[in-house]
Every structure is written in C-alpha cells, then in structure tokens.
Ligand binder design. Structure first.
Ligand SMILES: NC(=O)c1ccc[n+]([C@@H]2O[C@H](COP(=O)([O-])OP(=O)(O)OC[C@H]3O[C@@H](n4cnc5c(N)ncnc54)[C@H](OP(=O)(O)O)[C@@H]3O)[C@@H](O)[C@H]2O)c1
Length: 234
C-alpha cells in the first residue's frame, strides 16, 4: 500500500534519509523544514513545505493547510529538532523556552493537529524521533534530555489515548547518528563506522514500524552504535 507520510526535518540528516527511503520504496512524502535548498529531489512524490516549527502560529496554520491540501496523509514522522548541550545555568531563560518550543511543544502541536485527521481516516501512524537521551540523563544534557524524556511520555500517553481509533504511536531512540546535527556542537561521534549509526539505518527502522501488521505497534525501538566513542577536540 502506498503511504503518504508527513516528515518534519526532511531537509537534512535523519529526516532526509527517511524521506529518501520512503521515496525509493514507492511512497509519498510531505516534507517540512525551513530550508529545502539542502534537499530538493526531482520527484513529484515529494512535496516540500517551508515552515519554522519553532513559531507556534506558523506551525499550526501550515499543518492545517497541509492536511486540507493532502487529506491522503496517513502518517507523521515528527523528527525535526536540534541539540543544545551545556550547563543549565549558562542558558538564558529565553534560550530555554525557545529550546522547548521546537524540541517538545512543536511535537505536541503537530500531534494535536494530526490525531483527529488520522482518527477520521480510521487509523494511521505517528512516529517520534526520540534518542538514547530519552532513556537516561547525562552531564550537559539538561535541555536535550528533558525534551526527549518528555517526548517519550507524550508518545506513551498518546499511544494509550489513540489505540482504540487505530492510531499507532511509536518512539525511535537512536544513539549517535552521523548527521549535520553535530555541525554546531563541540563534540561529534568518533570517525569509525562503528562509532555512529548511519541515518539510512534509522530510515529502515521507520519503514519497519510503518510496515508492522495492522494490529501490531512497535512501542519503542532503541538503536546504538556498536561502540560509544565521542570526539570533543573541536
Ligand atoms: N544525530 C544524532 O546523533 C541523533 C541521535 C538521536 C536523535 N536525534 C534526533 O533526530 C532528529 C533529527 O536530527 P538530525 O541528526 O537529522 O539533525 P540535522 O541533520 O541537523 O537535521 C535537523 C532537521 O530539523 C530541521 N529543523 C531544525 N529546526 C527547525 C525549525 N525551527 N523548523 C523546522 N525544521 C527545523 C532541519 O531543517 P531546516 O534547518 O531546513 O529547517 C533539519 O531538517 C532530532 O530530533 C534529533 O534530536 C539525532
């Protein structure tokens, strides 16, 4: 069955790999991001939508119009996000609020918008991009871990809330994935193949979740690089 999947953060890294894999396997993608120049496939099954998900009104207006224009959307991969690491006391109140706006509240607002749409269709899938940081806290990870822990709670509760209407909710928790996520950070995974998960592997995991038998839901999937090696000499 051909799926039409809304993927946030489709312009880079994990979201881009998910979009490419879905297109390669015959599905349609409605990709949400700010800058589509980074990824613009020559493919009419890919619809790029420009939106800043950190802006509440822009997010809500855009998602409503996308769902009206594409009523065939039957899944959401809520993936867009960024990393900020450091001591809590070094973030300004404004930085803390804007961090949670993109990395937590945007996921809740997107879900709030798509859940009634999927219920009306008789079911569908919502996948959240969590992290190993959804499972355990770490030094310098107050903001990142707090947002991912909360996302896990959102996913577990939404799953219970929507299951009777055929909406499956899943959480994928990767360890370090080799993407531009680390470009603005002062650390990155080690250079070897075993030090980071390829984004294509996360994309295959998304396909596994979407292709589960209708009565089965993958609650959570954790993936790790074989070896945990960080480089922080930048
Ligand atoms: N890389 C890792 O090691 C890793 C591990 C576990 C989980 N994750 C999670 O995976 C997700 C994707 O990360 P990634 O590694 O693929 O990073 P990435 O390559 O930096 O991609 C981030 C994506 O999010 C989008 N985005 C960021 N801010 C946005 C905004 N305000 N509005 C709309 N879109 C926005 C970006 O698009 P634009 O810049 O074009 O807007 C981009 O497409 C994140 O939630 C991250 O926490 C990453």
């Amino acid at each position: 069955m051909t799926r039409t999947v809304m993927v946030t953060g489709s312009s880079s890294g994990i979201g881009r790999a998910i979009s490419e894999h879905l297109l390669e396997t015959g599905h349609r993608v409605v990709g949400l991001a700010r800058d589509h120049d980074k990824f613009r496939p020559e493919e009419n099954r890919y619809v790029p939508i420009s939106v800043d998900l950190s802006q509440r009104k822009e997010l809500m207006d855009t998602v409503q119009s996308v769902l009206q224009m594409h009523p065939e959307i039957d899944a959401l991969v809520s993936n867009a996000g960024q990393g900020k690491f450091g001591a809590l006391e070094n973030f300004s109140p404004q930085q803390i609020e804007s961090y949670f706006q993109l990395n937590l509240i945007a996921h809740a607002l997107l879900s709030r918008a798509i859940v009634p749409h999927l219920k009306t269709r008789g079911g569908g899938d919502i996948l959240f991009m969590g992290s190993e940081s959804a499972l355990r806290g770490a030094q310098r990870g107050t903001l990142y871990c707090a947002a991912k822990f909360a996302l896990r709670g959102l996913a577990q509760s939404l799953r219970a809330e929507c299951a009777s209407r055929g909406v499956r909710v899943s959480l994928i928790n990767p360890g370090m994935v080799r993407t531009p996520f680390f470009d603005d950070l002062d650390f990155e995974p080690g250079p070897e193949e075993t030090h980071a998960i390829p984004p294509e592997e996360v994309a295959r995991t998304v396909s596994l979740v979407l292709n589960a038998a209708p009565g089965t839901v993958f609650d959570e999937i954790n993936l790790s690089p074989l070896k945990k090696v960080l480089r922080s000499d930048r």
